[in-house]
Design a binder for this molecule. Sequence first.
Ligand code: GLN
Length: 450
Amino acid sequence: MEIKITSTQEKLKKYLDKIKKENSKINAFLELRDEKELLREAKAIDEKIKKGTAGKLAGKIIAVKANINVKGLHASCASKTLENYKAGYDATVIRKIKEEDGLIIGITNMDEFACGSSGETSAFGPCKNPAALNSGKDLIPGGSSSGSAAAVSAGFCDMALGSDTGGSIRNPASHCGVVGIKPTYSSVSRYGLIDLSMSLDQIGPIAKNVSDAALLLDVIQGKDENDSISQESKNLNLRDIDKIPKNITIGVLDLEGIKMEKEIQKLIEERIKNASEKYKWKIKKIEIPHLDVAIATYYLLVYVEFFSGTRRFDGRRYGKKIGDVAGPEVLRRILGGSEISKAEHHGRYYHLALKTKKLIEEEFSKSFQDVDCIVSPTVPRLPHKIGEKISVEEMYGYDALTIPSNLAGNCAISIPAGNINGVPVGLQIICDKFQEQKMLQTARGFEEIE
Ligand code: GLN
């Protein structure tokens, strides 16, 4: 539901009212900022708007995933480990949002330490999918940025930040019927993000539409001296975002070897057909030969990097000892990562995974010599019911089509593509590294024919 803007203050009050009434049911927010302080800031922003001195995000109300540091708020990663940890500084993305007058409203729920695809591994209870309430069931919103996607989808805020290591922005965006972007690896500073897997993590925006997501991306991207691998990205030209690209070739991914729900595939194929007819886009079938080993490659890297990254949570400096209080998925990864590290002789596991990552990266680069973007479903299956037992393989399988972009380091967006039995389905557009402008313009094209 779109809330009519009268002023930042009015909008904020409406959002706060709605959150008070509905958050206990959805569980999207773990923490809200002090109401008086929020209203004071909203008033100051409205005054700046009147004077014509306001920044690019003035009037936008933004939620933040619980693994990103916002000074004074809890960066708990939805874990008992960091339950009482309050951030002492702002992540670079937060500093940039504040500088452009975005109003941060609170901290959202997530899978514990971003480990999960369903939002169910949070130590503070699962989050519900607000877009599927009419399906008559309590479905997962997807994860790990479950609360961020749910908050945008439920109409609790305008935009949100998530993090995407293997799909955690795009997956919940897809299930909740909103837009989510994983930017090119290294294009957004990760300073202040509590990492899951350093060589794959990216912070990115979630919003109700492509234009808002582009606006937030434009603010947060760019080189940062606090993140040594960060790079300057091409400036986005937001004014041209509505120029639907002509003469482009859409690559359609060969999904052989991916466990896919046929109805989802059919819906996305229809979308591609309609868009290509309307805009006279060419279509070309493409193959990423190592697509079928993407999941195995990804989890090897994540287990090892997560194990190594979590050694600092030993109960001495930050909160509690992770091994004593974390949930089963986090423990599985720590134990698995420790075993793999011990067995790492002659580059057997981690280094083999790095080589495969490189191969997948090269296969994508090669494809982008022939096509402008690659379109596929975002998630190969519909969300399950909260609490329903699914196997670890099935859970990991949710990310079969999002993980490849993290391995390749390119950019990808998920946009709403329709519903199946009242449950949203997302369409993913992948572009080559630093081709965000083209990706966003193509996404606007698909969005127009919704
Ligand atoms: N679901 C994947 C995992 O559990 C991706 C998580 C993410 O992108 N943060 O690792």
